[in-house]
Design a binder for this molecule. Sequence first.
Ligand code: NAG
Ligand code: NAG
Ligand code: NAG
Ligand code: NAG
Ligand code: NAG
Ligand code: NAG
Ligand code: NAG
Ligand code: NAG
Length: 449
Amino acid sequence: MWPGVLHFLCFAAGTCSGLTVMVPSHTIHGIRGQALYLPVNYGFHTPASDIQIIWLFERPHTMPKYLLGSVNQSVVPDLEYQHKFTMMPPNASLLINPLQLTDEGSYIVKVNIQGNGTLSASQKIHVTVDDPVTKPVVQTQPSSGAVEYVGNLTLTCLVAGGTRLVYQWLKNGRPVHTSSTYFFTPHNDTLHITPVTKGDIGNYSCLVKNPVSEMESDIIMPTIYYGPYGLRVNSDKGLKVGEVFTVDLGEAILFDCSADSYPPNTYSWIQRADNTTYVIKHGPRLEVASEKVAQKPTDYVCCAYNNVTGRQDETHFTVIITSVGLEKLAQKGKSLSPLASITGISLFLIISMCLLFLWKKYQPYKVIKQKLEGRPETEYRKAQTFSGHEDALDDFGIYEFVAFPDSSGVPRMPSSSVLATDGVSGQDLHSTIYEVIQHIPAQQQDHPE
Ligand SMILES: *[C@@H]1O[C@H](CO)[C@@H](O)[C@H](O)[C@H]1NC(C)=O
Ligand SMILES: *[C@@H]1O[C@H](CO)[C@@H](O)[C@H](O)[C@H]1NC(C)=O
Ligand SMILES: *[C@@H]1O[C@H](CO)[C@@H](O)[C@H](O)[C@H]1NC(C)=O
Ligand SMILES: *[C@@H]1O[C@H](CO)[C@@H](O)[C@H](O)[C@H]1NC(C)=O
Ligand SMILES: *[C@@H]1O[C@H](CO)[C@@H](O)[C@H](O)[C@H]1NC(C)=O
Ligand SMILES: *[C@@H]1O[C@H](CO)[C@@H](O)[C@H](O)[C@H]1NC(C)=O
Ligand SMILES: *[C@@H]1O[C@H](CO)[C@@H](O)[C@H](O)[C@H]1NC(C)=O
Ligand SMILES: *[C@@H]1O[C@H](CO)[C@@H](O)[C@H](O)[C@H]1NC(C)=O
């Protein structure tokens, strides 16, 4: 039938019988109730008058059974099995329909060629018959979950249908192997986790296979109670160094306590003053208004409690309130580069000296104001047009100062450029200068040099 293949086989084998029978697979897995096809190919290169094909069935410890045979095109079945086995000679392949569990065993095909003498060859195919696996279901014991280091978990894989089942457990998609805490029953259909730990949290599934199918259960996530772990306190503001939070006076600071745990922890906050401690709040957050806190450092404790594992953890921290002003300035100076702080201090000194100079120059401003108060109201109205404001009645005195002849003699102070940063320009600049003059004495009184 396949002269090319046959010639190749003949040369490769060194000796050539002239007849070759081949089967693609020596083992075939069949599904109960379905048809099974056993493919066979044969070839020869001698003239042939008769082609005989015989199928036999053999099971361990039993006599081989004749199933059917053919010479040329005519088939002679065993009448007992005539409806079950089909062959279409010269095609030697066998069809078994329907397949039963009792059909499992070895099938032998023998081909005889009658020509110039008789040539014979045979092959054997092993057939298994199975029911497909149905979808497994995993049961967890106890279903409520287990406490870490105390409880055990048992996962059982239940399968309704299927033969020759092989069980495998998967955790997060990877096979689970026996370990110090994982134990299997002999068939691997049950997994014991003794004891459970936080590391056992994951997606478990049961994979069941047999020669004809495989099915995986839905993923289950067993409940494992653990914690608290990794307790820590954070704040939205303030500087944290170790367990000490430094907060500016007047700032409200929010502390957040967190720890990993299942079920979530309950949190309580404890304040320690002198030798007494008292619970000030329950819940994961605590707000401290720093103006309420005494200037001396205050110790706090955040306590996390897991009411199922019955375990708790606590962390201590101290809050130091720093007053604004010099301390704040010093702290900023520290955080800035030395050059920047030197520049800042120099600038501060220059501006202070300029302001002092201005103040000294316009110290008799009250006299000027008295002079201005003697002016007629028409001039006030005229002055009003200098400003861009529509409704600036309160500013009368200020604009009038601009019109005062002596103002032309005012040198352009460095301070005016500083003040210009407020966005004043043109005529408004003069009014701003006046305001500075008005305010400097008050400032100087607050901070005597
Ligand atoms: C088979 O076929 C060959 C040739 O076609 C013929 O010579 C032979 O007699 C046949 N055998 C039988 C048993 O019919
Ligand atoms: C035998 O018959 C089957 C269909 O019944 C076919 O698929 C197969 O190719 C045939 N084999 C040969 C060698 O012709
Ligand atoms: C038949 O076989 C014999 C010996 O095996 C051989 O001498 C003879 O040539 C063969 N005849 C044919 C037609 O192949
Ligand atoms: C967990 O298993 C261990 C060993 O099998 C046993 O000693 C222990 O009592 C079990 N714990 C629970 C809560 O059942
Ligand atoms: C477990 O499965 C859930 C969804 O079913 C997924 O969000 C989660 O990432 C999985 N966990 C792991 C560790 O694979
Ligand atoms: C059970 O599983 C283990 C590891 O997963 C494997 O080595 C063993 O062969 C399995 N036993 C059976 C009966 O399937
Ligand atoms: C705190 O208690 C210690 C001893 O327990 C005592 O020596 C100390 O005086 C107490 N301090 C205050 C402020 O009560
Ligand atoms: C644990 O605390 C939560 C609320 O924080 C509550 O709902 C739950 O019932 C408590 N469980 C136990 C076992 O006390």
